[in-house]
Design a protein around this ligand. Structure first.
Ligand SMILES: Cc1cc2nc3c(=O)[nH]c(=O)nc-3n(C[C@H](O)[C@H](O)[C@H](O)COP(=O)(O)OP(=O)(O)OC[C@H]3O[C@@H](n4cnc5c(N)ncnc54)[C@H](O)[C@@H]3O)c2cc1C
Length: 476
């Protein structure tokens, strides 16, 4: 799709239908201007898709009414949170882009039950700050936490650095309210710690990328906030040594909160952006943190992990002695995506995950693929849980280079699957990875999943064209 204004196809929905939809949300919350359709046709990927209309509901009742109208006339609805997704899940296929950003209330934080009840448009970082103010803790921490919304986190089953110790978003979802493609509203799960009544539909909606239901409310499990967190950075002259150190730390009996990896190119890009004084003579950096309630125990654990790094090849282990120093290291890690984006015009960020024992082999595979396809592929990610983000830097205008990019991406997926891993650890399949799904799941699962989708969404109006192979690679 070009953004040349003369090439934007007009809205073709009937005026009577637009009036009916407008009556549900009010005139200010139904957008058909080209500029709005363009703005709601992008996400964190480089792909663009144009909706016919953008609708911003404020309540669950409005969502249900819109869905009923869409179901009656058979138009597609693509839910979107804050559009930071990296697999193209929020890109509309014509029809309605349903933006849930106005549904952004934290309805309740209960200290007694240790739960938060939120609408889908709540920003992840805002929820974290709100619960921490009363001594509680919401662990899932995607690097995008200052922009991503809880609904998008749930739909992607988002992860983050702390997931090594605390698990992913789905581990914190106790209950969901969901609008189904018929317009019916269900509540699945509850507020009790244990709940095994009926099928676990809650788990089915988590990670379903907006293809099965629209999340309108979530009850999330909270933990007591650990009193102390300590961080150190370990420098390695060889990225494979960093990978081996990761495996050794995980065998130590200590569960670190994070083990994050940044390779040389990643460090260079971050340094060029932020001038933080990161080392200029190491091949890789591991950002390791430990948390807990007893400072002595946390200090001992960090010292043990530092020692393991030293015995496995770290040239230096630098403990962050102040919260400011720790914040500086974390700023470096959280700025990787914008920093890489400055190096070349475009980047294709991958998200493979491998069993922990295979981290060194995956690092080797990415290096070999970068050499074979003559591409710059900085490697960073959540080394502790085997979820690595090889980012293929490129220029989309260069057709020859893009052929190599596609080859390299396919080779990275194949290597991850061959090592017992998976295509995506946390970003989802969306548009960009759907043609590779069978290589990971095999034909029988590929047959089963659309059957589940068809049971819940028989006319296929929720987020069509996503997750399942359609025979057409949608990279552009
Ligand atoms: C710089 C950067 C860093 C990132 N780091 C991480 C990371 O560390 N870990 C990680 O997991 N991800 C990361 N991401 C990816 C992204 O932020 C996550 O996938 C996030 O969960 C998306 O949230 P969102 O609100 O932006 O969702 P969107 O992009 O708007 O939507 C994502 C998917 O969710 C669906 N959806 C949205 N809201 C709803 C709803 N209410 N009901 C049903 N379906 C819905 C959409 O249809 C789409 O399929 C990063 C992205 C960026 C740009």
């Amino acid at each position: 799709m070009s953004t040349d204004p003369s090439s934007i196809p007009p809205v073709t929905l009937a005026p009577a239908l637009l009036s009916e939809l407008r009556a549900v949300v009010g005139p200010a919350n139904l957008l058909t201007e080209d500029a709005d359709r363009l703005a709601y046709g992008i996400d964190g990927t480089w792909v663009e898709r144009l909706p016919q209309v953008v609708i911003l509901p404020a309540t669950e009742a409005e969502v249900a009414k819109i869905v009923k109208i869409a179901a009656r006339v058979g138009i597609a609805i693509t839910p979107r949170g804050n559009a930071s997704g990296l697999s193209g899940g929020a890109l509309p296929r014509a029809g309605i882009a349903l933006a849930l950003t106005r549904m952004n209330r934290i309805i309740e934080i209960s200290r007694d039950d240790q739960v938060a009840v939120v609408e889908p448009g709540v920003i992840t970082g805002e929820l974290q700050r709100a619960v921490e103010r009363i001594g509680l803790f919401y662990p899932p921490d995607p690097s995008s936490l200052s922009v991503s919304a809880i609904g998008g986190n749930i739909a992607e089953n988002a992860g983050g650095a702390r997931c090594l110790k605390y698990g992913v978003t789905g581990d914190y979802v106790m209950a969901l309210r969901v609008v189904l493609p018929s317009g019916a509203v269900i509540r699945t799960g509850g507020r009790t710690v244990k709940n095994v009544t009926g099928y676990n539909l809650r788990a089915l909606f988590v990670g379903s990328e907006g293809t099965l239901g629209i999340v309108t409310q979530a009850t999330l499990r909270l933990l007591p906030k650990p009193r102390h967190t300590l961080t150190c950075a370990a420098h390695f002259m060889d990225i494979e040594a960093a990978a081996h150190a990761t495996t050794a730390m995980l065998l130590s009996g200590i569960i670190p909160t994070t083990i994050e990896l940044m390779d040389r190119t990643t460090i260079d890009c971050v340094e060029a952006l932020l001038h933080l004084g990161l080392p200029n003579d190491t091949a890789a950096l591991l950002l390791i943190s430990v948390d807990g309630n007893h400072l002595d125990a946390v200090t001992d654990d960090l010292a043990t992990l530092a020692e393991i790094c030293q015995t496995t090849g770290a040239t230096q282990v630098q403990r962050a002695d102040t919260p400011e120093e720790a914040a500086r290291l974390w700023q470096a890690r959280r700025s990787v995506a914008p920093a890489l984006a400055r190096r070349r015009p475009n980047k294709l960020g991958e998200d493979i995950a491998v069993p922990r024992s295979q981290i060194p082999a995956m690092v080797r595979a990415v290096r070999a693929i970068a050499a074979e396809y003559q591409l710059l592929i900085p490697l960073y990610g959540h080394a502790g849980d085997g979820n690595l983000h090889p980012n293929i830097l490129c220029d989309r205008r260069d057709a020859e280079e893009m052929t190599r990019v596609r080859g390299a991406a396919a080779a990275i997926f194949a290597a991850a699957v061959a090592l017992g891993g998976t295509l995506s650890g946390e970003h989802g399949i969306g548009l960009l990875k759907k043609e590779f799904l069978e290589s990971d799941l095999g034909p029988d699962q590929i047959a089963l999943m659309p059957a589940i989708k068809a049971t819940i969404d028989p006319t296929g109006i929720f987020n069509p064209g996503k997750i399942f192979p359609t025979g057409t690679a949608e990279w552009e």
